[in-house]
Ligand binder design. Structure first.
Ligand code: UDP
Ligand code: MG
Length: 312
């Protein structure tokens, strides 16, 4: 059986198109399947639509979360309640084209891979600034994190039960799925495709939300930033030592005291800034550790048409 998890947040415009398309594709596969829609605290008609689908179609299950927990939590809720031998994850906005599913499924079933993940080879239709930042993000994260995260990788992927179990076993509160999928390992096949624009509705990601997400992802999958402070501090101490030597020698040999109120102030402010910057980075890690230690559930299900795991 194939389980598809679809996180939905205010997707009333895209859902009917998606549902029709994905049902068409899946029924052509001649495999058993279930669709788990996770309503992530939508404020529009998303939940009503899901109930309508569920009424007329026994393949449709929905989990409605008690508020907007974010896409990561919505995906996790889906994973915790997925029972298929193959588990897939897809956006509801048709940016993960259902038409790719048969090919991806064929690759997965061949037994050569444990996971088939879609990867966009173009970012057409996306704002240029955003594409630039996205590319830089992947360069940076791949440099500093121990796991490889392919540029253009999406959350859209199909995996075997074993890998889905591994993903569920990772219980961290601050989830960054792309990092988690990489971390659990398994043989992954990258399936390239051209970017598709959203069929209806709007993206839930503003530039700043995406920026924060990228920063969180970096912090979650690497602690390289923490060691920057020591490197930077060491370098500064060495430079300061030679500057001191220079000043002493000049004073002793040439009797030339260095006048420099302005430069002194600049240096103090500069070093103060660097210190605060690193304190900020440490603060980020401490905040994340704090959230982890609280052990709150990732999601809370308020309503569902299955006997769902209510929180985890
Ligand atoms: N989504 C969600 N919770 C959120 C934000 C988004 O479940 O808080 C879902 C959304 O409904 C969609 C998917 O995550 O199915 C991707 O969102 P979106 O299309 O806005 O992101 P983009 O494709 O622009 O990165
Ligand atoms: Mg989208």
């Amino acid at each position: 059986m194939i389980t598809l998890i679809i996180p939905c947040y205010n997707e009333q415009d895209a859902l009917p198109i998606f549902y029709q398309e994905v049902t068409g594709v899946l029924s052509g596969l001649h495999e058993e399947y279930e669709l788990i829609f996770v309503n992530d605290g939508s404020t529009d008609r998303t939940l009503q639509l899901l109930k309508e689908f569920a009424e007329s179609d026994a393949h449709v299950f929905y989990l409605s979360l008690s508020r907007n927990f974010g896409k990561e939590a919505a995906m996790y809720a889906g994973f915790c309640n997925a029972h298929g031998d193959y588990v897939g994850i897809m956006d509801a906005d048709m940016q993960d084209p259902p038409a790719l599913l048969p090919d991806m499924f064929r690759l997965l079933k061949s037994g050569e891979y444990d996971c088939v993940a879609a990867r966009r080879v173009s970012r057409s239709g996306e704002p240029l600034v955003r594409s630039w930042f996205a590319r830089k993000f992947y360069q940076i994260i791949n440099r500093f994190s121990e796991v490889e995260i392919a540029d253009g990788a999406r959350d859209f992927r199909l995996m075997r039960r074993e890998m889905a179990d591994a993903v569920v076993s990772i219980k961290e509160y601050n989830r960054f799925s792309k990092g988690i999928f990489g971390w659990v390992g398994f043989r992954t096949c990258w399936y390239p495709y051209e970017n598709v624009e959203r069929a209806a509705g709007e993206t839930k990601w503003s530039f700043w939300k995406l920026f924060r997400y990228a920063l969180d992802g970096l912090i979650n999958s690497s602690h390289a930033l923490l060691s920057f402070a020591s490197w930077c501090g060491t370098a500064m101490a060495v430079i300061a030592f030679f500057m001191l030597l220079f000043v002493i020698v000049r004073r002793l040999c040439f009797g030339d005291p260095v006048a420099g109120w302005a430069s002194l102030v600049c240096i103090i402010i500069f070093i103060g800034g660097v210190q605060l910057f690193y304190m900020g980075i440490m603060g980020q890690y401490i905040a994340k550790t704090y959230m982890e230690t609280k052990r709150r559930p990732h999601y809370i299900v308020a309503e569902s048409n299955i006997d769902a795991k209510k929180f985890d």
